[in-house]
Design a protein around this ligand. Structure first.
Ligand SMILES: Nc1ncnc2c1ncn2[C@@H]1O[C@H](COP(=O)(O)OP(=O)(O)OP(=O)(O)O)[C@@H](O)[C@H]1O
Length: 599
């Protein structure tokens, strides 16, 4: 039947296949359009899930396979998963229905094909890839699976994520899914001592490794025995694959791959965003006949419709009171509201955390790369556990992190790319819940809005730029706090901000005159620097802030790379991260103590 129709059916509507409860044949050059299937997903999801989870817009497949996709049920129990996994989903996760990409991914099993999966933020990709990896491993061969169960097969599954926080989160999920299996999951990431991590690999059972690229590569190079340990890796997963395959990580990833088997390895790439360029790189890392599962229908954008998104154009002079106003309003309307505020650089997070902590009634949790590992883990844990709470952070928290019940995302300034905007916003509205995202931009940053063209980001008219008497009081209060900040620390903050912005300004073709105007306003109103240095070619070079108008230099400036495990190419604008971090923290603590009269 397939042969007969394949020329006639380059595009198949999955609805007809579903209604007849039939077997779906995927064949070379075949493109299945599942995007408009109703009733597969949302209607049978748990209450909290309202998004159109289980729609697939494309499934590309080169080799002929036959697969059953159950049209009626998207219960996990309808799948032929091994008992220990069913038990874990049922008793540990307490999940009944599949959501997001879970049905398309898991229904395609058993398959030995590589996978490229794109699905919106917060739609359950972690469980999808963990279950897929374990099932794939089991189906690899009875010998392999028996060896794995008996603990004779090291590092069968390797999962790589771009940040420590995300790796820790995946590790926890991995331990949960393996609750009824004898498999052990271990963490390899920076910020922790290397020796115990090496011991975890060499001296004990270790079936699943969750790693960040920098430390993993470091450990791979540390010891000849690592080649043997990783020689049996059967499944490689890249979470946030587009990030791991772009500049800053790509080189490390390529080196890591040289330690892994090629032929026997199956690779799974997952992300909520995959632009043309990264899709191309991603495809080139997969075996030819990979399965492409795109859960975002062609006519839909990558962000969620249930997240209300808006922007406010506000001069720097009004941004600090505006932030305060938005936070206060959110807390007034719901004392349990959980808020994440994104700033462009780690210095800014450190600095403004202390500024806002000096305001009575606010308790800010700060999280960025310049904290040590204990502080990072502590901050992440505290915010996760907080019923309400305010987190000031950088892009270390932008991707993959699943803090429960975040109600508001506030972005101060421009994210480096449209994709990062989507990931930041995706920290709310997870698992079908509602959420809100507001972005505060200076008039200089307005051109960035073009990049968000179809994302339904509306101008926010609720927060008027005209300030009442009480808000004017806030302005005075905030100004007095920042005026007391040690000058050197304000200057550091200023330079890192300029470093961050230079790529973005370059991209939007702002000349030195405009950059100077923007920098001067930023310095004066956000940092209390009365006469900031002029940014010209000379100061640019002095501070190693070259290529002001270069388009693609922005990638490595943000804290995202600086803080992540990779990013060997990271440009540090001033000083080493450690010394700078110490200064920022010390200085900003000084701001708080001065304001509180303790100094
Ligand atoms: N089948 C399910 N039923 C109910 N909740 C689920 C299900 N699968 C996952 N979740 C929950 O949905 C939330 C988001 O899942 P997850 O963090 O895996 O999303 P993601 O798609 O990886 O997001 P991101 O793109 O931001 O990395 C988590 O809290 C997770 O526990």
């Amino acid at each position: 039947m397939w042969k007969k129709h394949k020329e006639l059916l380059p595009v198949l509507k999955i609805s007809s296949l579903l209604s007849s409860n039939s077997c779906i044949l995927l064949s070379k050059r075949c493109l299945l359009q599942l995007s408009s299937v109703k009733g597969v997903g949302s209607s049978v999801c748990p209450k909290t899930f309202s998004v159109n989870f289980s729609t697939i817009s494309e499934v590309h497949k080169e080799k002929k396979i036959a697969k059953k996709l159950n049209p009626i049920s998207n219960d996990f129990s309808s799948l032929d998963l091994m008992d220990p996994i069913q038990e874990s989903l049922n008793k540990v996760f307490k999940f009944e229905k599949m959501v997001g990409c879970q049905q398309p991914v898991l229904s395609s099993l058993p398959t030995a094909e590589d996978m490229l999966v794109k699905a919106k933020t917060g739609t359950g990709k972690t469980v999808a890839f963990l279950v897929a990896a374990l099932e794939k491993l089991k189906n690899n061969s009875p010998n392999t699976w028996n060896a794995v169960l008996a603990g004779r097969h090291k590092v069968s599954i390797l999962i790589i994520a771009p940040t420590r926080e995300l790796a820790i989160q995946i590790l926890a999920e991995s331990q949960k899914i393996c609750k009824f299996l004898p498999l052990k999951s271990v963490l390899i990431c920076g910020g922790e001592m290397k020796r115990p991590q090496i011991n975890n690999l060499t001296k004990q059972r270790c079936d699943i490794v969750v790693a960040t690229p920098g430390r993993l590569l470091d450990i791979l190079h540390s010891n000849e025995v690592m080649k043997t340990i990783f020689s049996k890796t059967r499944i490689l997963i890249l979470d946030e694959a587009d990030r791991l395959l772009e500049l800053g990580f790509k080189e490390e990833m390529e080196k890591i791959m040289t330690f892994l088997p090629t032929k026997e390895r199956e690779t799974l790439l997952f992300s909520a965003t995959l632009n043309k360029e990264t899709k191309h790189v991603a495809a080139s890392t997969l075996k030819k006949n990979y399965l492409h599962i795109d859960c975002i229908p062609e006519n839909e954008v990558e962000s969620h419709h249930q997240i209300r998104q808006s922007y406010i154009i506000s001069p720097f002079s009004q941004q600090l009171p505006l932030i305060l106003d938005i936070i206060r309003k959110s807390k007034e309307s719901n004392p349990l509201s959980k808020i994440i505020v994104f700033f462009p650089t780690a210095n800014m997070v450190g600095y403004f955390s202390q500024v806002f902590n000096a305001i009575i009634g606010l308790e800010i949790i700060e999280l960025h790369s310049r904290l040590n590992q204990i502080q990072r883990v502590g901050a992440s844990k505290n915010f996760r556990a907080a019923m309400g709470g305010i987190l000031f952070t950088t892009d270390v928290s932008a991707r993959g992190i699943d803090y429960p019940d975040v109600t508001l995302i506030l972005q101060v300034g421009i994210p480096i790319t449209r994709d990062l905007y989507i990931h930041r916003v995706g920290r709310t509205g997870r698992a079908g819940k509602d959420g809100e995202a507001i972005m505060i931009l200076s008039p200089y940053e307005k051109p960035f809005l073009k990049e968000l063209n179809n994302l339904n980001v509306k101008e926010d008219v609720r927060h008027s730029p005209v300030f009442s008497a009480s808000k004017k009081e806030n302005i005075a209060k905030l100004q007095s706090i920042i005026r007391k900040a040690p000058k050197q620390e304000s200057m550091e903050c200023f330079f890192t901000w300029v470093g961050y912005m230079r790529g973005i300004f370059g991209k939007h073709k702002l000349d030195y005159e405009k950059i100077n105007a923007a920098s001067s306003e930023f310095a004066k109103h956000m940092l209390g620097i009365a006469s900031p240095p002029t940014i010209n070619k000379e100061t640019d070079q002095k501070t190693r802030l070259h290529n002001l108008n270069e388009e693609k230099t922005n990638v490595n400036i943000s804290d995202e790379t600086g803080t992540m495990e990779g990013g060997r190419n990271t440009v540090q604008t001033r000083g080493s991260p450690k010394s700078s971090s110490f200064k920022v923290r010390k200085s900003t603590n000084r701001i708080a103590s001065k304001v509180n009269g303790r100094n």
